[in-house]
Write a protein that binds this ligand. Structure first.
Ligand SMILES: [Zn+2]
Length: 450
């Protein structure tokens, strides 16, 4: 097949701006040569064109190309209940989330929800997601089927619990193990799917359920692990009462043997210093979900304490406690919350926001060698942000004075409406209506100011 040379203004963060002041890489008139879904050359368009006259050029003028977003905490069954405002976590679960999650026992309903969910991801430019699944095995089988049909990369698993939710959402350790094993054998490593062992949270998972999860991870050592931790003060207190023999919330997972390099713990708002030391020692990731933390009033994420302790941090939208799939909005909200923390906050630059919504997520999933930036050898997972004509964002981008200011404008003003094209492994998985059928965009020059 003839390689494709994508011509675009592009930005990416091949390293972390938290440790590298030069992490943001910018190409004003950039070229990405893609062959068989992989980036084989990355740099200046004119130079790449001269070296590769045979390549088909796809001109992405008038916008900005970023690596596909990586959402590390998002609930598939909750897409239709986004917007349940005004309640703290445990009330919101009881009144909004769990009644909807119970409806996924109906596989026809679950399939429709899966379609809504996957469409929400791709039309927002999210190309990889660590997905919190359903409590029903049937709903997970069809989720993986639908995910394969969209072409997105998903890491997902059956959610297991055996207390304090609703009867229809409860399972047993034996069934949790058997259904998890069947799903892993059918889906883990198949196409772009991977499996995540997923107890809902220690509040709803007995030691027996956590042990069943650990048995799966021993048997299949390359699967992922995800759950919730330290989201809400009432939740933390309840977990403490349910596990009198554990040191703290993290210890409930640690004692079961569930923590490691591929463990992602969502929220981590009320985490103690001891827990942070242990999270760093296990190389776990904290998935920060700022819109959800704000919507449910869960608290202000202590990013500085995580970074000082050496805990890796990524970003998640936490749909439906969060307010939508846009990782641009999520990045902006992360920025807001650090601003509000004053001296206790970390001043986030546009480069930090880009890193948190792309490369940091790839690292959380141990997929940094495949995705997360535009380096040679990476899969071509990308989102082309091109605001509609006449939009405010278009006016903003036309007047920015640096690449960093352009990136700031994208996070401050960008929405789903600005996502024009999305690729995963070189396959176009979303195309905004106005670009359908056209091989190249309008003739505008790339939009980055020098
Ligand atoms: Zn969640």
């Amino acid at each position: 097949m003839t390689p494709t040379l994508y011509r675009a203004a592009f930005m990416h963060t091949p390293s972390s701006p938290f440790t590298d002041a030069e992490a943001l890489h910018v190409q004003q008139d950039g070229g990405l040569l893609v062959d068989g879904g992989q980036i084989t050359a990355s740099g200046d368009f004119v130079k790449l064109r001269a070296k590769n006259p045979e390549a088909t050029v796809m001109d992405l003028g008038g916008g900005v190309l970023l690596p596909g977003f990586v959402d590390t905490h998002v609930h598939y069954p909750q897409v239709r209940i986004i917007g349940g405002l005004g309640m703290p976590l445990l009330d919101w679960l009881e009144r909004c989330a769990l009644p909807e999650e119970a409806r996924l026992s109906d596989t026809a309903y679950a399939r429709a929800v899966a379609k809504d969910f996957l469409h929400g991801l791709r039309c927002n430019g999210t190309t990889t997601a660590l997905v919190f699944g359903s409590h029903f095995k049937g709903a997970m089988d069809l989720f993986f089927e639908e995910a394969a049909a969209t072409g997105l990369r998903t890491v997902a698993g059956l959610v297991v619990s055996d207390r304090m939710l609703r009867d229809e959402l409860h399972t047993t350790p034996e069934l949790a193990y058997a259904e998890g094993k069947a799903l892993i054998e059918r889906w883990h490593g198949v196409g772009r799917a991977r499996y995540a062992v997923t107890p809902r949270f220690s509040l709803s998972a007995s030691e027996g359920i956590l042990d069943a999860c650990a048995a799966l991870m021993t048997e299949f050592p390359d699967v992922h692990f995800t759950s919730h931790i330290n989201e809400n003060v009432r939740e933390v207190q309840t977990v403490k009462e349910l596990f009198p023999g554990s040191l703290d919330y993290l210890d409930t997972y640690d004692r079961a043997g569930l923590l490691g390099r591929r463990s992602v713990l969502a929220h981590s708002v009320h985490t103690t210093d001891r827990e942070l030391v242990q999270m760093a020692a296990h190389h776990c990731t904290a998935a920060h979900c700022p819109c959800s933390n704000s919507a449910l009033g869960s608290g202000l994420f202590p990013l500085k304490r995580h970074l000082n302790a050496g805990v890796h941090v990524s970003l998640g939208t936490d749909v439906g406690g969060g307010t939508g799939f846009s990782m641009l909005k999520e990045g902006l909200q992360a920025y807001f919350m650090q601003q509000l923390l004053g001296d206790g906050g970390v001043p986030l630059t546009p480069a930090h926001l880009l890193y948190l919504s792309t490369r940091a997520g790839a690292e959380a999933l141990d997929m940094q060698d495949q995705i997360g930036d535009f380096g040679v050898g990476k899969a071509f997972d990308a989102v082309w942000l091109r605001p509609p004509e006449g939009s405010t964002l278009e006016a903003m981008l036309g007047h920015t004075e640096s690449a960093s200011a352009t990136l700031a404008a994208l996070y401050a003003g960008g929405t789903q409406a600005d996502v024009a094209r999305v690729w995963v492994g070189g396959d176009e998985v979303f195309t905004r209506a106005e670009f359908k059928g056209s091989k190249s965009a309008q003739k505008q020059p790339p939009v980055l100011a020098s």
